[in-house]
Design a protein around this ligand. Structure first.
Ligand SMILES: Cc1cc2nc3c(=O)[nH]c(=O)nc-3n(C[C@H](O)[C@H](O)[C@H](O)COP(=O)(O)OP(=O)(O)OC[C@H]3O[C@@H](n4cnc5c(N)ncnc54)[C@H](O)[C@@H]3O)c2cc1C
Length: 290
């Protein structure tokens, strides 16, 4: 289907984009890679009056590292982040998740900011951002706000960004020595959204777990942390028994959705397997990075 008639604006600066957002507020949609928005328009599931195309805003693209953080501009294409040596070295969990998004053609247009602003709970990057406590930098006419990942994802396809704010950058903490990561997922076909996905990160210090992070995709209307399992893991030494118990605690209180891809029970079973596999892989990776 063709797009419905829509007014089109193409600012070339962040300031210009923000002015347009302030003028049109929730009548406007920001157009980034268009890989989610254009299908929504074609299917009439989104009906903005104005499209604010930010593809010409060069200052929104790029990857940089400073002070233990990696900052990724909102318009950075998914494939650019995937090929970035900085991302591979400093944010290996993100590097592991990126190639699992759709296919090359999608990642060559899709953007880091677009995926995280769209906030699909089955998508890979929201789970990574939630696991790593990423920070979201938004700008509006009243200034800049930095929103922690725990407050960014508010509900299904809903974030705490206000309609007059632009997501300009996402910051990920750099993984230190002794931190190992793994991204696990089950999909029907390669390139599909996750039925269940897991972003896992474990830090080892003198053989014991000093930090544990587990965030699920596909288990709720937002990416969710498995806090009870994380609490269990910290201070313990990696073992099969520990990871089995962590898998139980991670899935005990979950209430995953039912859809044509799987029942809640199926998702819980898969999630427990993901936790065991993810923790094993992250622990092995942490030992290699000592
Ligand atoms: C066939 C297919 C398969 C796919 N498979 C996967 C998959 O397996 N995993 C996955 O995670 N994704 C998948 N995607 C989606 C892909 O990752 C998209 O690139 C991503 O979801 C949206 O990024 P985008 O840059 O295309 O954003 P757009 O589609 O342009 O925008 C998405 C939403 O975010 C808003 N937005 C974008 N940028 C900003 C900003 N800077 N500030 C404020 N709001 C903003 C838009 O207004 C819109 O509401 C798939 C897409 C297709 C077409």
């Amino acid at each position: 289907m063709k797009l419905p008639p829509v007014e089109y604006e193409a600012p070339t600066t962040v300031a210009g984009a923000i002015d347009l957002l302030a003028e049109h507020r929730d009548e406007a949609s920001v157009l980034a890679g268009g890989q989610s928005l254009i299908p929504l328009l074609a299917l009439r599931l989104a009906r903005p009056a104005v499209l604010i195309d930010i593809n010409g805003v060069d200052e929104l693209s790029g990857v940089s590292a400073a002070d233990g953080w990696v900052a990724i501009g909102a318009m950075t294409r998914e494939y650019v982040a995937e090929e970035s040596g900085t991302v591979a070295d400093a944010v290996p969990l993100l590097a592991a998740a990126l190639p699992l998004i759709g296919h090359e053609a999608i990642r060559s247009r899709g953007t880091i900011g677009g995926s995280l602003a769209h906030a699909d709970p089955a998508a890979e990057l929201p789970a990574v951002a939630r696991a790593l406590d990423a920070e979201f930098v938004v700008r509006g006419q009243s200034g800049m706000r930095v929103i922690p990942a725990a407050e960014w994802f508010e509900g299904y396809l809903t974030t705490s960004r206000r309609p007059d704010e632009l997501l300009v950058e996402v910051r990920f903490p750099a993984a230190g020595r002794g931190t190992g990561t793994s991204f696990q997922e089950v999909t029907r076909r390669h390139g599909d959204f996750a039925i269940v996905g897991l972003a896992a990160s474990l830090s080892l210090s003198d053989g014991a777990i000093s930090d544990a992070r587990l965030a699920f995709a596909g288990m709720s209307d937002v990416p969710v942390r498995a806090a009870a399992a994380e609490d269990l893991l910290v201070g313990e030494r990696p073992s099969t028994e520990l990871f089995d118990e962590a898998a139980r605690r991670a899935t005990d209180d979950t209430d995953p959705p039912a859809d044509l891809h799987g029942s809640p029970d199926y998702r819980k079973t898969v999630a427990a397997v993901m936790v065991r596999r993810g923790l094993r892989a992250a622990a092995d990776n942490a030992r290699e990075r000592q």
